[in-house]
Ligand binder design. Structure first.
Ligand code: 0PR
Length: 366
């Protein structure tokens, strides 16, 4: 630690150099995040110092959080749904497990998740000493409903389904899982961290939202396909009473009780998510998502023309292929099974896809 502070110019010169060491999104094909929309960046800056952890001090910011929740309630076909913002999919999933475990009061609680579930459920289960039962997937990487049914018992406090899986971009058969959840009176959570900003804007997309009567909660992340700023998640619940079991006393704050996991919470990324939703409207998101899906189809068609087979036709903009290497400087990822995975985020434009395909075509020896 230096005794003397640095001059701002000198400091920013250093910071800019460090920032240049980061990869730029222009060649990143592996990420579920993207460059935030300029409207989100401007709103984020405007609300930089706001803290939703002490809501009475920031009623204006709180009203934006409320309106964002209302926007999702309408989008997900349950105008009376409630919810709250979080730091992202991991925190949302942890909160779901917290309220499901508290409500069930089982001695050895368990949850049933598809084998495709995001690793945040493993973290949540380990934190809360909940058993995680993995349901196998069908040939299209969707949760096998019958197998899930067989894993359920009297101590099951939650069935998890995914709308837009991290690795293969698939959506589980949520209406069918709803039937089981309803029969057994078990909470059904939909992890739509990625797909929650995609599926509502696509024609003929699989159903995943509150129009399925048994769906109890849905998580969705503005910092993924919402084009918001990091960190930004939303946890929607059909009935806000689920949060009651999580309330703690907060005597010296402007509100006397809280159920959120974190204390100090950014208002900036909430304002950013709200701002993009108003700026885009459903038409804006429809055109954004339609473009990403067209690019996904073009990538799949282009790769297949080189003899690299798709693993599956995805429900959202995540394309997967038989394992092949790709040329530098492209950054891709591989699934747990070793399949090539490319996420066609908004920064992965048609030009980017064409340029990747051209490089791949030169590099690839069939
Ligand atoms: N649920 C699903 C379906 C997800 O895909 C993810 C993250 C989460 C929950 C957890 O969300 P948070 O990371 O916001 O807590 N999926 C990506 C992943 O872990 C996130 C990601 C983003 C990874 C950008 C890499 C990256 O460069 O694979």
């Amino acid at each position: 630690m230096d005794a003397e502070g640095l001059l701002a110019d000198e400091l920013f010169c250093f910071l800019e150099a460090r920032r240049k060491e980061d990869f730029s999104y222009s060649h990143i094909l592996s990420s579920m995040c993207t460059t935030p929309h300029p409207v989100a960046v401007k709103a984020h800056a405007l609300f930089m110092e706001t803290n939703l952890g002490d809501p009475g001090l920031f009623p204006g910011t709180v009203s934006l959080e409320d309106e964002l929740i209302r926007w999702f309630a309408d989008l997900y076909h349950e105008p009376s749904a409630g919810g709250c913002t979080t730091s992202g999919g991991t925190e949302s999933n942890i909160q779901v497990l917290r309220f499901c475990k508290a409500a069930k009061k089982a001695k050895n609680p368990n949850i049933v998740v598809p084998a495709s579930a995001h690793f945040s459920f493993e973290k949540a289960c380990k934190m809360m000493d909940v058993e995680m039962r993995l349901a196998p997937l069908d040939h299209e990487y969707r949760m096998d409903v019958n197998a899930a049914g067989e894993l359920i018992d009297k101590d099951t406090c939650c069935i998890v389904s995914v709308a837009g899986t991290t690795e293969y971009g698939m959506t589980d058969p949520i209406p069918e899982l709803g039937k089981i959840a309803g029969q057994e009176d078990i909470h059904l959570h939909v992890d739509a961290a990625f797909g929650g900003y995609v599926l509502p804007f696509l024609k003929d997309a699989p159903k995943f939202d509150f129009s399925i009567p048994e769906v109890g909660s849905i998580s969705v992340d503005p910092h993924k396909m919402g084009m918001g700023t990091i960190p930004s998640g939303v946890l929607m619940v059909r009935d806000e009473k689920v949060f009651c079991n999580l309330l703690v006393e907060t005597p010296y704050l402007t509100v006397k009780q809280a159920y959120s996991l974190t204390g100090t919470r950014p208002g900036a990324s909430v304002a950013a998510a709200y701002a993009v939703s108003r700026y885009f409207g459903t038409k804006g998101y429809t055109s954004l998502v339609t473009g990403c899906m067209e690019n996904t189809r073009r990538l799949i068609e282009g790769m297949e023309a080189f003899g690299v087979r798709r693993k599956v036709t995805p429900d959202v903009n995540v394309a997967t292929f038989d394992h092949v290497d790709v040329p530098k400087p492209w950054i891709v990822s591989y699934t747990r099974k070793g399949d090539l995975r490319i996420v066609c985020m908004p920064h992965v434009s048609r030009d980017v896809i064409e340029s990747f395909l051209a490089d791949f075509g030169e590099f690839h020896v069939p």
